[in-house]
Design a protein around this ligand. Structure first.
Ligand SMILES: Cc1ncc(COP(=O)(O)O)c(C=O)c1O
Ligand SMILES: [Zn+2]
Length: 477
């Protein structure tokens, strides 16, 4: 495998840690120069192999490396790190929710990865590669570093912690712009955690400059091993549908644009090898408060498109609140190829409001899902695409719930309490608000809560009576 510069085409060996082209500063994608040997087998061979591997119990193929040949055949199985990532469940929306939205769809719950977001897929690849490099090059005391909107740092710190003394990790976060749950994750994993005033884009500039001047292992998605690992999301969807993706739509929220790159790249790779016979529609979603990719594709004439970073505003899809997506050149590159192969309309980016994101997340979760705000963004995006005629009602969509709902409960709480600062522009719908109700005992309790058997009996009777009245329960007798 080699690093291939997307700008000047130069190639570099993977025996060094490289993130951008030393000649032209261009971004890389990894290229398997021996990919021709994969083409010697028909697609049906790979389908059977991947299906067979699902039955095996070896840790090296339990996660994303079930697709070892597609992701990183250069990493020996013994160096692969498996922390339980990948093969996340795909959960169909119930009929009530499908009726409300107007088409068949389901969530693929990437919040059910070990650090509760899709980032674990990329980290499993990046850290397995680092593990391999550390062993074969006798590297000592490597420091892995990343900027993050919360989930990259949680995943990086988790995988680095697993490597123990071989690797230390440091993460850089925008102060006050990651949730308390996300902040607790790298702290718990023992990473050095630094916060700076500003937004993610400011953090990113710092780690970019740091990685240019010092020996550090950059774990942001500039690191092309991350992209490879995240391709597994697309492979799993293909396998779920028995490798038939005709009439399917994959919906992905876009922040730094690593995930959408990986999904497109993964689908193209499968198609290239004949593992899938048709390419599905891919839909990216952005909030109107952080929408540089949407704006770029608003211009219909490809030759007139100019990428302009935006200054982000407060967003409930905080993990995707990025105005200068690092992977934009990769997106442009891969979308061009995707449209060429899959045709007009096979890729689009839609824009949704903060209000739509929150409402969609609560709608999904009130129907048995565990979508985070970015998962809400996926559903809001599907609804927007239906309204705009970009998706047909007879298609079937897979929505990326990129993280677990529990990481973003602070936004749910703001919705329930109607306490969003005005810049979010979210007005709660009363039917989605929910609060706990404290029951007040109507019996005398010496210490405020029941303490003697007599009090416990009276208290229980009192609570039963109150609950039965509030819930309008019918008596059995
Ligand atoms: C939960 C979640 N969803 C979506 C995104 C956006 O993904 P990407 O940055 O790869 O576009 C991120 C991170 O940036 C994230 O943490
Ligand atoms: Zn270059």
């Amino acid at each position: 495998m080699v690093y291939r510069c997307l700008e000047c085409g130069a190639e570099y060996g993977i025996d060094q840690l490289l993130y951008i082209c030393p000649q032209c500063q261009g971004l890389f994608l990894l290229e398997d120069k021996a990919a021709d040997r994969l083409r010697r087998h028909p697609g049906s061979f790979w389908q059977r192999l991947f299906n067979y591997r699902k039955m095996l119990n070896a840790p090296a193929v339990k996660g994303i490396f079930l697709y070892h040949e597609l992701i990183a055949p250069v990493i020996p199985p013994d160096d692969i790190i498996f922390l339980g990532e990948g093969h996340t469940p795909q959960v169909a929306a119930n009929s009530r929710l499908q009726d409300e939205v107007g088409m068949a769809f389901g969530y693929k719950n990437d919040g059910q990865n070990p650090s509760a977001s899709f980032k674990d897929r990329g980290m499993a690849a990046a850290l397995s590669y680092l593990n391999y490099l550390i062993r074969t090059r006798n590297l000592e005391g490597v420091l892995a570093i990343c900027a993050s909107t919360g989930d990259t740092s949680a995943a990086a710190a988790l995988y680095a912690a697993y490597l123990g003394d071989r690797l230390a990790s440091a993460v850089l976060l925008p102060h006050g712009k990651v949730t308390p749950q996300q902040l607790s994750q790298p702290l718990g994993s023992g990473a050095r955690v630094f916060e700076i005033p500003g937004v993610f884009d400011d953090c990113m500039r710092v780690v970019e400059a740091l990685s240019e001047r010092y020996h550090v292992a950059l774990l942001n998605s500039k690191n092309s091993w991350r992209i490879r690992g995240q391709e597994s999301y697309a492979y799993e969807i293909a396998q779920w549908y028995d490798f038939h993706l005709h009439n399917k739509v994959i919906v992905v929220p876009i922040g730094n644009a690593g995930n959408i790159t990986a999904v497109l790249e993964g689908l193209l790779r499968c198609h290239d090898l004949g593992i899938i016979d048709s390419l599905p529609r891919v839909l990216g979603v952005q909030s109107h408060h952080a929408d540089p990719v949407f704006r770029y594709y608003q211009e219909q004439n490809p030759t007139k498109r100019i990428f302009v970073p935006v200054t982000v505003k407060a967003s409930v899809a905080q993990a995707a609140m990025i105005g200068r997506p690092v992977s934009m050149p990769r997106v442009i590159h891969r979308v061009e190829e995707y449209l060429r192969r899959a045709g007009e309309g096979s890729f689009a980016v839609v824009q949704v409001t903060e209000q739509e994101i929150m409402d969609a997340m609560l709608l999904a979760n009130r129907n048995g899902h565990i979508a985070c705000t970015q998962g809400g963004e996926s559903l809001a995006g599907l609804q927007a695409a239906l309204r705009a005629g970009l998706v047909r009602r007879d298609e079937e969509a897979v929505l990326d719930a990129t993280a677990h709902a529990l990481k973003f409960v602070s936004f749910q709480q703001m919705y329930f309490d109607n306490s969003f600062p005005p810049e979010f522009e979210v007005i709660p719908k009363p039917e989605y608000q929910n609060h706990p109700r404290l029951l007040t005992p109507q019996v005398n309790l010496a210490s405020g809560s029941p303490s003697s058997p007599v009090e416990q009996q009276a208290f229980t009777q009192d609570m039963v009576k109150q609950l039965a009245a509030i819930l309008k329960l019918k008596s059995k007798r």
